[in-house]
Design a protein around this ligand. Sequence first.
Ligand code: GLN
Length: 254
Amino acid sequence: VFAEEEAQLLLGAAAGSAEELERLVVARVGGMPLEPLLGWAEFCGLRIVVEPGVFVPRRRTELLAECALEAVRSSVHATAGDAVAAVDLCCGTGAVGAVLQARGGGRVEVHAADLDAAAVANARRNIRPPENVHEGDLYDALPERLRGRVDVLAVNAPYVPTAAIATMPPEARDHEAAMALDGGDDGLDIQRRVVAGASGWLSPRGVLLIETSEEQSPLTAALLREAGLLPEIRRDDDRDATIVIGRTGTTQFL
Ligand code: GLN
């Protein structure tokens, strides 16, 4: 967002109140990201509710949402009438799940999970029904009945190496939970746990999609291969977006 557009957005959010505008501008100048000040972010053409302190949906993550949507549609196509189950794991605001729900057609049952209570509360405003947003550590959060039934597992787990957090913009460093960014020494700690647990939750035609960095993508792909999934790296330079898609041996499409 350019400065002029940002000023327009803040003016709109203040809705004519000079006091409110002052409050918003002071917070923004103090480094608060734009989106929680407005209360929303645009993501894949949807307005996603964004609450303060929760990881702001990034433009780059639209690639994850688009490819997960493609997988949902393939899955709907491949099944005659059954519901397709999709999970947005490490959901933050639930932006990815919200896209799958809005665009996946009526047959997709979307669940989301996050360890952070603030993220769960936020995602419950973006995903319906709110009970489908679960609080807990990765798969521990999910209802047992989804085991072996997840057709699309979309994950934007924190993947920033601990030492690199200090180099992130202050909007992220100071105003987003460290829990949403910090991926441990090499940035892959949480991805490792996600990949190790995936096969127990994926359906026979299930697809795992993980956002990662371009640099880390060969390592993310190797994790998938070790877990017996066929990895494919997809990259979008315009959005500086990289994801790795993992298919089970039995998946014949996509
Ligand atoms: N560098 C990534 C970003 O800001 C961090 C995302 C993540 O850790 N999931 O988009």
